[in-house]
Design a protein around this ligand. Structure first.
Ligand SMILES: [Zn+2]
Ligand SMILES: [Zn+2]
Length: 430
């Protein structure tokens, strides 16, 4: 079965998340976005895990489904007409490990997927003695990430551990301020347990292909959504057995017939693509930072070194290099952003959402609108300009002021002076 999966989101019990991150809302939005599988999230949090057991039941394939569906309060969501088998959940959580190793403080986020409630109970039971799981949906533990992987491998070897958003500066495996230069430095003898890495919003597969050390890993993409409308902004498209086992095998083997492609942000739109200081208004390419010795010309302090710079530091291949076995990708822009730009409004404006839901009702879900609907079909609905914006996105003819130091990049789809040099280039899958 062909399906799209978003394996990393957060519930309303995680810091800085929307109160709307409840199972009913998440399931509804997953259908609107075109996801068949979505993370249950935050299973280490006692209250949320209690709700998880209340709301979800095993579907018999290592995934879970809603026991009963409440009609959404929001009329637009009601039009999604969610059925019990439209959206499944995979048990998941993210943990922040903060510890010292070889004289440096390390801060690494790991995503965990589990096939059943029993595995979750075993993990939670062990971790509850090591830190406060109640404090946050994404708890902080002072445990070495390697020791955690050992615990998981011993307690429930069918569980999967995926280092999250591996390039972000403050909390990741390769982060400029938090991480390591090699996967083995972090996980040592437990390295073979890891077979997938999450690339994060600020990097895309071609950036990761520049490191031959990553060739043996599946590069996965997830939304890390903190509010329902952001679900699926990055995701993974599979054509395999719709089961926990099928999902894991498709990632582990990276078989191109089973792991079809990932859905990506244009990486420039991510919050940490370039270097800079947000408060000082300084945005630097890696080259500009090197020329300035990584210091801010305004305040004199060290710049926040972004993802592109860090990839540049660790890469052993030139830009444009393509490893032999690789999963393809599509770069997409969220549909509400495209509509907003086509009418000159902000992405959260009500009239933008009205058009958004009109398109979702017409064509089924957001992913279909972004990847399958033809320009003439948009014209038929008197939405020519939205169609033009989507055509530009599919060609990669997009101008983006790069994100930096926690600030998202700014996309311009309709910039009249857009030149070939500014465009992000042809994309392999369109
Ligand atoms: Zn994280
Ligand atoms: Zn500064």
């Amino acid at each position: 079965m062909r399906f799209t999966a978003d394996l990393h989101i957060h519930s309303k019990f995680s810091r800085a998340t929307s109160r709307d991150m409840t199972f009913d809302n998440i399931a509804c939005w997953a259908k609107i976005k075109g996801l068949s599988l979505v993370a249950s999230s935050d299973f280490t949090h006692p209250e949320w895990f209690f709700l998880t057991r209340e709301k979800l039941e095993p579907a018999g394939n290592g995934f879970f489904r809603l026991k009963n569906i409440l009609p959404p309060v929001n009329g637009n969501l009601r039009s999604a007409s969610l059925g019990p088998d439209d959206v499944h959940f995979v048990l998941s959580t993210e943990i922040s490990f903060i510890y010292s190793k070889k004289g440096k403080v390390r801060k690494v986020h790991l995503l965990i997927l589990a096939p059943d409630f029993e595995s979750v109970e075993k993990i939670n039971g062990r971790l509850s003695g090591l830190g406060n799981l109640r404090s946050d949906g994404r708890p902080i533990l002072g445990l070495d990430a390697r020791h955690f992987v050992r615990i998981v491998a011993e307690l429930c070897p069918r569980c999967v551990v995926i280092p999250s958003h591996i390039w972000t500066p403050w909390f990741s495996l390769f982060g400029s301020n938090s991480g390591f230069d090699a996967i083995e430095e972090c996980f040592e003898e437990m390295t073979p347990f890891i077979f997938a890495l999450e690339t994060g919003l600020s990097s895309d597969p071609p950036m990761n292909w520049r490191l031959s050390a990553l060739d043996r890993y599946a590069l996965v993409s997830n939304s890390d959504a903190h509010s329902p409308s952001r679900l699926g902004r990055e995701a993974n498209v599979f054509d395999t057995d719709f089961s926990f086992k099928g999902l894991v095998e498709a990632m582990r083997t990276r078989n191109p017939d089973k792991f079809l492609h990932t859905i990506e942000f244009f990486p420039e739109e991510g919050k940490y693509h370039y270097d800079g200081h947000r408060k000082c208004g300084v945005v630097f390419s890696p080259r500009e930072s090197v020329l300035n010795k990584d210091l801010c010309p305004k305040c004199g302090k060290k710049l926040t070194i972004g993802v592109m710079h860090r990839v540049e530091e660790l890469a052993d291949r030139e830009p444009g290099a393509r490893p032999p076995a690789r999963v393809p990708y599509k770069s997409l822009i969220p549909l509400n952003e495209i509509i907003a730009q086509s009418v000159g409004k902000t992405a959260e404006c009500q009239s933008v959402w009205d058009t958004y839901f009109r398109l979702v009702r017409e064509f089924g879900n957001e992913q279909k609108v972004l990847t399958e609907v033809s320009t003439s079909e948009f014209a038929h609905l008197q939405l020519e300009r939205v169609g033009q914006g989507i055509a530009r996105m599919r060609k990669g003819a997009v101008h983006i002021a790069p994100g930096h130091d926690g600030e998202y990049g700014q996309i311009s789809l309709f910039e009249s002076e857009l030149s070939e040099e500014k465009a992000c280039g042809q994309l392999p899958l369109f």
